[in-house]
Design a protein around this ligand. Structure first.
Ligand SMILES: Cc1cc2nc3c(=O)[nH]c(=O)nc-3n(C[C@H](O)[C@H](O)[C@H](O)COP(=O)(O)OP(=O)(O)OC[C@H]3O[C@@H](n4cnc5c(N)ncnc54)[C@H](O)[C@@H]3O)c2cc1C
Length: 404
């Protein structure tokens, strides 16, 4: 058995990487293991709100992220059936948040940036092709069985973090139920080259329609857009992919050549574990909670989990706080999910696909009021800040500001 000490983080998605970086910055020994050979580059989250930009700044990542990402301030609510478009400019948040804009870049690019920064810390290591298969915990630590190209290996550490995504092995081995529900529809995330600009689209657009609803957002500096729409979950995956041209004919705002760069159908859920801590094992990100992607709340919440967990765990390891702070982490992050993340994502999903014309008019009016009244608009645009949650009681470990 290899005794590593410190923390093993299982899962090098954005949440595991940010958790590992937070621990490394605090001088904690951290070993990040991932079953895959490299960062997962499938089309997933791509837009970061001011809450995430604050984290990137605090961790010394913002400058690099701004260099590769696309900055935007405009959001549009579109209702093609009624021929209505409402634009809201997030610069109204100036003075309320440090970064009153959104940043667009694929989550794999963000993950790669975090990985580059993590590699500068001698107390951090990343092992790819190393999948967690089993673990046992006792009063003093956790023994983890990993599968590697050389066969199974046993690693020992003081703590284990499961950030291994929605199908988390750590959550399954803890025997924790994933409470909640699965939506009856399937989402189809497509990345497409198309001149949405030509049709007046903003960098982020919510196209509300009972059938042909879509979320359309620029993915970065290139003219590639994420166009996500819905299909019936009973359709086989191949059929969903085959139908893309006919769905595009109804969803795209006008004629013009398009090129599909990637397409990925997936089921969506609203689920959360009953606890994000079991002894010396902690969960973060999708391993602990999942929501539908409308409103971009999933990774926005996961990134704050990562920051809070690395702060709390660092404070416990350096004996600045006792381990009850980890229970606080679990309770508070679950509260945030139940009271903010999941209700916001569910509300956004309803607004997108609302069938009742009366409610659709009310939704449009609500957006129009936000666009016309800066005070109401500011309040509405601050919705992602709910993911921050309440600070740890009696303060906590002071996060190091220096970058490696
Ligand atoms: C198609 C799609 C589109 C999405 N679009 C959006 C969006 O627009 N906005 C939004 O906010 N969210 C979106 N999401 C959700 C968002 O991608 C997730 O919230 C985010 O990836 C969570 O990050 P994570 O680090 O917790 O998990 P993941 O990114 O899933 O990372 C988990 C990591 O764990 C590794 N792993 C798995 N099992 C093991 C194991 N046994 N041992 C070791 N490693 C393991 C995996 O290889 C992976 O690297 C989307 C998701 C999907 C699937």
């Amino acid at each position: 058995m290899e005794n590593l000490g410190g923390v093993i983080v299982s899962g090098a998605g954005p949440v595991g990487l940010v958790t590992a970086l937070g621990l490394a910055r605090a001088g904690i020994k951290v070993t990040l293991v991932d079953a895959a050979p490299t960062i997962n580059d499938s089309p997933r989250a791509a837009i970061y709100y001011p809450t995430t930009l604050d984290v990137l700044d605090c961790y010394g990542l913002l400058e690099d992220a701004l260099h590769v990402g696309y900055k935007s301030t405009e959001f549009q609510f579109r209702s093609p059936a009624e021929n209505k478009v409402v634009s809201i400019d997030s610069s109204i948040l100036t003075g309320l948040v440090r970064y009153p804009y959104n940043l667009h870049l694929g989550q794999h690019i963000l993950a790669d940036l975090v990985l580059q920064h993590l590699s500068r810390y001698p107390n951090a290591a990343v092992r790819w092709n190393t999948g967690l298969a089993a673990f046992e915990q006792d009063e003093r630590g956790v023994t983890v069985r990993v599968d590697t190209a050389e066969g199974p290996q046993d690693l020992r550490a003081d703590w284990l973090v499961g950030s291994d995504g929605a199908r988390s092995t750590v959550r399954r081995l803890l025997d924790l139920p994933f409470e909640g529900h699965t939506w009856p529809d399937r989402f189809v995330a497509t990345n497409v080259r198309f001149d949405f600009d030509k049709y007046g689209f903003a960098p982020i657009n919510q196209v509300s329609d009972p059938v042909n609803w879509a979320v359309v957002a620029r993915l970065g500096k290139e003219n590639i857009w994420r166009c996500t729409f819905g299909e019936d979950a009973s359709l086989p995956e191949e059929e969903v992919l085959r139908r893309i041209p006919e769905r595009y004919a109804a969803i795209l705002p006008g004629p013009g050549k398009y090129e599909i760069v990637a397409a990925s159908p997936y089921r969506v859920h609203e689920r959360c574990v009953p606890s994000m801590r079991v002894g010396r094992v902690l969960l973060a990100g999708d391993a602990a909670h999942v929501c539908n992607p409308c409103g971009g709340m999933g990774l926005t919440t996961g990134i704050i989990d990562a920051v809070e967990l690395s702060d709390a765990l660092s404070a416990v390891i350096t004996r600045q706080r006792d381990d009850s702070i980890l229970d606080y982490y679990s309770d508070e992050r679950r509260r945030v999910f139940r009271e903010c993340t999941s209700p916001t994502a569910s509300h956004m999903k309803r607004v997108l696909s609302e069938k009742d014309p009366h409610k659709r008019r009310e939704d449009e009016q609500a957006y129009r009021t936000s666009a016309e009244n800066a005070e109401i608009g500011r309040k509405a645009m601050m919705y992602p800040s709910g993911v921050i949650g309440r600070p740890f009681p009696e303060g906590i470990y002071e996060r190091a500001d220096a970058t490696a």
